[in-house]
Design a protein around this ligand. Structure first.
Ligand SMILES: *Cc1c(COP(=O)(O)O)cnc(C)c1O
Length: 387
């Protein structure tokens, strides 16, 4: 009846998935080596929070470990417990710190809490009194005003002779607010503030730079850098050509190709009226497969940046989204492609090697980080690596 592809039972699930993600582990490790080189004399850690930015903490963490990464940052203790299985000898820092009731999980899995508030510090001192020596990291706020000890408190703590001998920070760190904008005066201000901290904690490793900070140069590198997004191929510095290799490629299956007459409308709200007879590809991915940042309270470029909306890549061409994206489905206009170039069962690349992640993010009014970490639960994942 039709040439609709019928797959045999032996076919890998991946070849028939509605939405699939291919993660290139060679590109990931090459990106890590690249960031390690750019970190100069500093060691490069690997930030693998949020399931390694959506690429899978087990496989990505193990690949980075085998490539030589020995310092890792995760956001939560659960992420640290998972990573420990794949990075046996690594130092694993937990950015959200420690909370009463979770001490055993830290000790049993050899995880290092990042202490970033007075409450956490007080709790940590009490824990040490019970359990004895154990390493920790200190996060000091230098102007971001998210997590971190107040700078004066951190300096006072360094000089406090009455603090317990078992209190053994192995790292002091801070985080830049404007690292992605190299010309921003805030970078220098935070650098100067952080130098006050490192002077007080002489002899203890220090860390300031995430991906963007690495590009700010040697002054920002200290002993340990903390690249995240750059490892996964995302853009760290706005307005600079992105030197990283793409790592994640997301593709959605075409469920149906339909021809629609001139003057008809497409999708909810009749949001698009077609000026010509058109061919449309209906594709199995929608907003339930990616949560949009457009609802932030401020600082979001929303839709002004790319008024015509997003694009996908299929049959060697970029094709525009047609009308509103819906929960499970997106419609692409393929009228400009040769007839029969696209058939049901083909895949549209949503982002990846041919559709740069950050172009997709700009069209969505968000950042590559959010696109990567928003794929939800409905996709199949596959790993590839060069031999
Ligand atoms: C997420 C995070 C990083 C990594 O940032 P990227 O911009 O992804 O490189 C580094 N440090 C801290 C404290 C973070 O929260």
């Amino acid at each position: 009846m039709t040439d609709f592809p019928i797959l045999s039972e032996d076919d890998d699930l991946f070849t028939s998935a509605g939405l699939r993600l291919t993660v290139d582990l060679s590109a990931l490790t090459e990106n890590w080596r690249d960031m390690a080189r750019r970190s100069g004399a500093a060691r490069a850690a690997a930030v693998v929070k949020a399931d390694a930015y959506g690429t899978g903490i087990e496989d990505a963490g193990e690949a980075l470990y085998l490539a030589g990464a020995r310092d890792f940052f995760v956001a939560t203790v659960d992420e640290g417990v998972t990573l420990r299985l794949y990075a046996p000898e690594a130092r694993i820092f937990v950015l959200s710190g420690i909370w009463p009731g979770t001490e055993r999980r830290f000790f049993d899995n050899d995880l290092v809490p990042v202490i970033s508030s007075d409450e956490q510090l007080a709790f940590w001192m009490a824990v040490l009194a019970d359990y004895g020596d154990y390493p920790c990291a200190l996060h000091v706020d230098t102007g971001f005003n998210r997590l971190g000890l107040h700078i004066d408190d951190a300096v006072a703590l360094a000089n406090d002779v009455s603090r317990p001998a078992s209190f053994a920070p192995v790292l002091v760190m801070s985080h830049l607010a404007c690292g992605d904008d190299p010309s921003h005066a805030m970078n220098r201000q935070q650098l100067e503030s952080f130098r006050r901290v490192t002077a007080a904690y002489e002899g203890i490793d220090s860390s300031l730079a995430a991906s963007a900070g690495i590009f700010l140069g040697e002054d920002y590198h200290f002993d340990l850098t903390r690249p995240g997004i750059a490892l996964y191929g995302g853009e760290a510095v706005s307005g600079m050509a992105n030197p990283m290799r793409p790592v994640a490629t997301a593709e959605a299956r075409v469920i149906q190709v339909r021809t629609v007459g001139a003057g008809e409308t497409v999708s909810y709200g009749r949001a698009l009226q077609l000026g010509r007879e058109s061919r449309l590809a209906i594709v199995s991915a929608g907003y339930a497969d990616g949560y949009m940042r457009s609802q932030s309270s401020g600082g979001v470029p929303l839709r002004q940046a790319v008024p015509q909306g997003g694009q996908g890549f299929i049959a060697g061409h970029k094709v525009p989204v047609a009308g509103r994206i819906t929960m499970d489905l997106t419609i692409f206009d393929i009228t400009d492609l040769p007839e029969n170039a696209v058939r049901a069962g083909d895949y549209v690349e949503l982002f990846g090697k041919n559709m740069p992640l950050d172009d997709v993010a700009r069209a969505a009014g968000t950042i590559g980080y959010e696109i990567l970490t928003s794929m939800g639960l409905r996709h199949e994942r596959r790993y590839v690596a060069e031999e």
